[in-house]
Design a protein around this ligand. Structure first.
Ligand SMILES: C[S@@+](CC[C@H](N)C(=O)[O-])C[C@H]1O[C@@H](n2cnc3c(N)ncnc32)[C@H](O)[C@@H]1O
Length: 229
Protein backbone atom coordinates (compact mmCIF):
# COMPACT_ATOMS: atom_id res chain seq x y z
CA UNK A 1 0.00 0.00 0.00
CA UNK A 2 1.27 3.49 -0.78
CA UNK A 3 2.32 5.52 2.23
CA UNK A 4 1.81 8.73 0.29
CA UNK A 5 -0.61 11.16 1.84
CA UNK A 6 -3.39 11.64 -0.67
CA UNK A 7 -4.48 15.26 -0.71
CA UNK A 8 -7.89 16.12 -2.08
CA UNK A 9 -7.89 18.77 -4.78
CA UNK A 10 -10.44 21.41 -3.88
CA UNK A 11 -12.24 23.47 -6.48
CA UNK A 12 -12.78 26.37 -4.05
CA UNK A 13 -11.04 28.66 -1.62
CA UNK A 14 -12.99 29.18 1.59
CA UNK A 15 -14.10 32.80 1.78
CA UNK A 16 -14.83 34.10 5.23
CA UNK A 17 -15.83 37.46 6.64
CA UNK A 18 -18.39 39.00 8.88
CA UNK A 19 -21.93 37.75 8.54
CA UNK A 20 -24.92 40.09 8.54
CA UNK A 21 -27.75 39.47 11.02
CA UNK A 22 -29.90 38.15 8.17
CA UNK A 23 -27.23 35.68 7.08
CA UNK A 24 -26.77 34.48 10.68
CA UNK A 25 -30.53 34.06 11.02
CA UNK A 26 -30.53 31.98 7.83
CA UNK A 27 -27.59 29.82 8.92
CA UNK A 28 -28.83 29.21 12.45
CA UNK A 29 -32.54 29.69 13.11
CA UNK A 30 -33.76 28.68 9.64
CA UNK A 31 -31.27 25.85 9.13
CA UNK A 32 -33.67 23.07 10.22
CA UNK A 33 -36.17 24.22 7.58
CA UNK A 34 -33.79 24.59 4.62
CA UNK A 35 -30.38 23.13 5.46
CA UNK A 36 -29.27 19.54 5.11
CA UNK A 37 -26.37 18.01 7.06
CA UNK A 38 -25.38 14.99 5.01
CA UNK A 39 -24.50 11.90 7.03
CA UNK A 40 -21.43 9.98 5.91
CA UNK A 41 -22.35 7.37 3.31
CA UNK A 42 -26.10 7.93 3.71
CA UNK A 43 -28.02 8.66 0.53
CA UNK A 44 -30.33 11.67 0.82
CA UNK A 45 -33.92 10.65 0.17
CA UNK A 46 -35.43 13.34 -2.07
CA UNK A 47 -38.95 11.93 -1.58
CA UNK A 48 -38.96 12.77 2.11
CA UNK A 49 -36.77 15.88 1.77
CA UNK A 50 -39.09 17.94 -0.40
CA UNK A 51 -42.76 18.68 0.14
CA UNK A 52 -43.66 17.70 -3.43
CA UNK A 53 -42.20 14.79 -5.37
CA UNK A 54 -41.05 16.40 -8.60
CA UNK A 55 -37.86 16.74 -10.64
CA UNK A 56 -34.77 17.70 -8.63
CA UNK A 57 -32.28 20.16 -10.12
CA UNK A 58 -28.83 20.42 -8.50
CA UNK A 59 -26.84 23.65 -8.58
CA UNK A 60 -23.24 23.72 -7.38
CA UNK A 61 -21.62 26.99 -6.28
CA UNK A 62 -24.60 29.35 -6.16
CA UNK A 63 -22.54 32.18 -4.63
CA UNK A 64 -24.89 34.72 -3.04
CA UNK A 65 -27.83 32.59 -4.20
CA UNK A 66 -29.87 35.32 -5.89
CA UNK A 67 -30.10 33.58 -9.24
CA UNK A 68 -30.98 30.18 -7.71
CA UNK A 69 -33.62 31.85 -5.53
CA UNK A 70 -35.22 33.45 -8.59
CA UNK A 71 -35.29 30.12 -10.44
CA UNK A 72 -36.90 28.35 -7.49
CA UNK A 73 -39.55 31.09 -7.40
CA UNK A 74 -40.09 30.96 -11.17
CA UNK A 75 -40.27 27.14 -11.35
CA UNK A 76 -42.43 25.81 -8.50
CA UNK A 77 -42.92 22.59 -10.51
CA UNK A 78 -39.28 21.65 -9.83
CA UNK A 79 -37.29 21.05 -6.64
CA UNK A 80 -33.88 22.70 -6.30
CA UNK A 81 -30.90 21.54 -4.29
CA UNK A 82 -28.07 24.07 -3.93
CA UNK A 83 -24.59 23.17 -2.68
CA UNK A 84 -22.21 25.96 -1.69
CA UNK A 85 -19.36 26.31 0.83
CA UNK A 86 -19.57 30.13 1.11
CA UNK A 87 -21.33 30.69 4.44
CA UNK A 88 -22.56 34.22 3.79
CA UNK A 89 -24.19 33.10 0.53
CA UNK A 90 -25.80 30.08 2.17
CA UNK A 91 -27.21 32.24 4.97
CA UNK A 92 -28.47 34.84 2.53
CA UNK A 93 -30.19 32.28 0.27
CA UNK A 94 -31.92 30.56 3.19
CA UNK A 95 -33.11 33.86 4.58
CA UNK A 96 -34.54 34.90 1.21
CA UNK A 97 -36.12 31.47 0.62
CA UNK A 98 -37.91 31.81 3.95
CA UNK A 99 -39.16 35.32 3.12
CA UNK A 100 -40.56 33.89 -0.12
CA UNK A 101 -42.05 30.86 1.70
CA UNK A 102 -40.32 28.46 -0.71
CA UNK A 103 -40.82 24.75 -0.17
CA UNK A 104 -38.98 23.59 -3.32
CA UNK A 105 -35.44 24.61 -2.27
CA UNK A 106 -32.91 22.95 0.07
CA UNK A 107 -29.29 23.82 0.76
CA UNK A 108 -26.10 21.94 1.66
CA UNK A 109 -23.01 23.74 2.99
CA UNK A 110 -20.28 21.24 2.06
CA UNK A 111 -17.86 20.39 -0.73
CA UNK A 112 -20.20 19.38 -3.55
CA UNK A 113 -17.80 16.77 -4.93
CA UNK A 114 -17.87 14.88 -1.64
CA UNK A 115 -21.64 15.20 -1.32
CA UNK A 116 -22.13 13.84 -4.82
CA UNK A 117 -19.83 10.91 -4.15
CA UNK A 118 -21.35 9.99 -0.79
CA UNK A 119 -24.91 11.23 -0.54
CA UNK A 120 -26.60 11.54 -3.93
CA UNK A 121 -28.19 8.49 -5.53
CA UNK A 122 -27.42 7.48 -9.08
CA UNK A 123 -30.19 8.32 -11.60
CA UNK A 124 -31.77 10.82 -9.21
CA UNK A 125 -31.15 14.29 -10.71
CA UNK A 126 -33.16 15.78 -13.57
CA UNK A 127 -30.65 18.58 -14.12
CA UNK A 128 -27.29 19.96 -13.09
CA UNK A 129 -26.41 23.68 -13.11
CA UNK A 130 -22.96 25.20 -12.80
CA UNK A 131 -22.80 28.96 -13.28
CA UNK A 132 -19.52 30.85 -13.30
CA UNK A 133 -17.52 28.15 -11.55
CA UNK A 134 -14.13 29.33 -10.27
CA UNK A 135 -12.06 29.52 -13.47
CA UNK A 136 -8.62 29.04 -11.87
CA UNK A 137 -6.90 31.19 -14.50
CA UNK A 138 -3.32 30.04 -14.06
CA UNK A 139 -2.29 26.93 -15.97
CA UNK A 140 -0.77 25.31 -12.89
CA UNK A 141 -4.17 25.63 -11.17
CA UNK A 142 -6.29 24.17 -13.99
CA UNK A 143 -6.40 20.85 -12.12
CA UNK A 144 -8.56 22.63 -9.51
CA UNK A 145 -11.32 23.29 -12.03
CA UNK A 146 -14.40 21.30 -11.10
CA UNK A 147 -15.17 20.33 -14.72
CA UNK A 148 -12.92 17.33 -15.42
CA UNK A 149 -13.57 13.96 -17.06
CA UNK A 150 -13.95 12.06 -13.77
CA UNK A 151 -16.34 14.67 -12.41
CA UNK A 152 -18.51 14.50 -15.53
CA UNK A 153 -18.52 10.68 -15.34
CA UNK A 154 -19.90 10.99 -11.84
CA UNK A 155 -22.47 13.60 -12.96
CA UNK A 156 -23.64 11.34 -15.77
CA UNK A 157 -24.27 8.59 -13.22
CA UNK A 158 -26.18 10.92 -10.89
CA UNK A 159 -28.37 12.33 -13.69
CA UNK A 160 -31.38 10.50 -15.04
CA UNK A 161 -31.44 9.49 -18.67
CA UNK A 162 -32.16 12.67 -20.69
CA UNK A 163 -31.33 14.85 -17.68
CA UNK A 164 -29.68 18.16 -18.58
CA UNK A 165 -26.37 19.85 -17.82
CA UNK A 166 -26.34 23.65 -18.03
CA UNK A 167 -23.05 25.48 -17.55
CA UNK A 168 -22.11 29.11 -18.05
CA UNK A 169 -18.77 30.85 -17.74
CA UNK A 170 -17.19 34.20 -18.58
CA UNK A 171 -13.75 32.70 -19.12
CA UNK A 172 -13.18 31.58 -22.72
CA UNK A 173 -10.50 29.01 -21.96
CA UNK A 174 -12.75 27.34 -19.36
CA UNK A 175 -15.68 27.44 -21.82
CA UNK A 176 -13.53 25.53 -24.32
CA UNK A 177 -12.54 23.01 -21.65
CA UNK A 178 -16.22 22.52 -20.71
CA UNK A 179 -17.11 22.04 -24.39
CA UNK A 180 -14.29 19.52 -24.96
CA UNK A 181 -15.01 17.59 -21.77
CA UNK A 182 -18.73 17.33 -22.51
CA UNK A 183 -18.37 16.60 -26.23
CA UNK A 184 -15.78 13.87 -25.68
CA UNK A 185 -18.02 12.15 -23.12
CA UNK A 186 -19.94 9.09 -24.33
CA UNK A 187 -23.25 10.20 -22.78
CA UNK A 188 -23.47 13.97 -23.14
CA UNK A 189 -25.00 15.46 -26.29
CA UNK A 190 -24.94 19.13 -27.21
CA UNK A 191 -28.51 20.46 -27.54
CA UNK A 192 -27.18 22.70 -30.32
CA UNK A 193 -24.91 21.49 -33.11
CA UNK A 194 -21.29 20.53 -32.38
CA UNK A 195 -19.07 23.13 -30.64
CA UNK A 196 -21.96 25.60 -30.36
CA UNK A 197 -22.59 27.79 -27.32
CA UNK A 198 -25.89 29.55 -26.78
CA UNK A 199 -26.79 33.03 -25.52
CA UNK A 200 -28.08 33.15 -21.93
CA UNK A 201 -31.47 31.42 -21.97
CA UNK A 202 -34.32 33.40 -20.42
CA UNK A 203 -34.70 30.76 -17.70
CA UNK A 204 -31.25 31.58 -16.25
CA UNK A 205 -31.24 34.85 -14.28
CA UNK A 206 -28.05 36.95 -14.48
CA UNK A 207 -25.73 36.08 -11.58
CA UNK A 208 -23.59 38.31 -9.39
CA UNK A 209 -20.32 37.05 -10.93
CA UNK A 210 -21.73 37.46 -14.40
CA UNK A 211 -22.50 41.15 -13.70
CA UNK A 212 -18.98 41.64 -12.39
CA UNK A 213 -17.59 40.03 -15.56
CA UNK A 214 -19.79 42.25 -17.71
CA UNK A 215 -18.37 45.35 -16.01
CA UNK A 216 -14.87 44.04 -16.87
CA UNK A 217 -15.88 43.51 -20.50
CA UNK A 218 -15.96 39.69 -20.35
CA UNK A 219 -18.03 37.59 -22.76
CA UNK A 220 -20.41 34.84 -21.54
CA UNK A 221 -20.66 31.28 -22.85
CA UNK A 222 -23.66 29.03 -22.02
CA UNK A 223 -23.64 25.29 -22.78
CA UNK A 224 -26.62 22.94 -22.48
CA UNK A 225 -26.16 19.21 -22.95
CA UNK A 226 -28.41 16.20 -22.35
CA UNK A 227 -27.31 12.98 -20.70
CA UNK A 228 -28.15 10.13 -23.07
CA UNK A 229 -27.24 6.87 -21.39
C1 LIG B 1 -17.05 32.28 -8.96
S1 LIG B 1 -18.26 31.87 -7.79
C2 LIG B 1 -19.78 31.97 -8.70
C3 LIG B 1 -20.97 32.12 -7.82
C4 LIG B 1 -22.34 32.24 -8.54
N1 LIG B 1 -22.67 31.05 -9.30
C5 LIG B 1 -22.39 33.45 -9.43
O1 LIG B 1 -22.34 33.27 -10.66
O2 LIG B 1 -22.49 34.57 -8.91
C6 LIG B 1 -18.04 30.12 -7.60
C7 LIG B 1 -18.66 29.58 -6.33
O3 LIG B 1 -18.56 28.16 -6.33
C8 LIG B 1 -18.33 27.72 -5.01
N2 LIG B 1 -17.71 26.39 -5.09
C9 LIG B 1 -16.62 26.04 -5.82
N3 LIG B 1 -16.34 24.75 -5.68
C10 LIG B 1 -17.29 24.24 -4.85
C11 LIG B 1 -17.53 22.95 -4.32
N4 LIG B 1 -16.73 21.91 -4.64
N5 LIG B 1 -18.58 22.76 -3.51
C12 LIG B 1 -19.39 23.81 -3.19
N6 LIG B 1 -19.21 25.07 -3.66
C13 LIG B 1 -18.18 25.28 -4.48
C14 LIG B 1 -17.45 28.80 -4.41
O4 LIG B 1 -17.54 28.83 -3.01
C15 LIG B 1 -17.99 30.06 -5.05
O5 LIG B 1 -18.95 30.71 -4.24
Amino acid sequence: MSDKIIRKIQSFVKRSGRLTEGQKYGLNDLWPEYGIDPIVDKIIDFDTLFEKQQDVILEIGFGNGDSLLQMAINEPERNFLGIEVYEAGVGRLINEAHKNELTNLKVIKEDAVEVLKNNIANNSLAGFQLYFADPWHKKKHHKRRIVQNEFMDMMSNKLINNGFVHMATDWEHYAQQMMETLESHAHFKNTLSAHKYLPRPERRPITKFERRGERLGHGVWDLIFTNEK
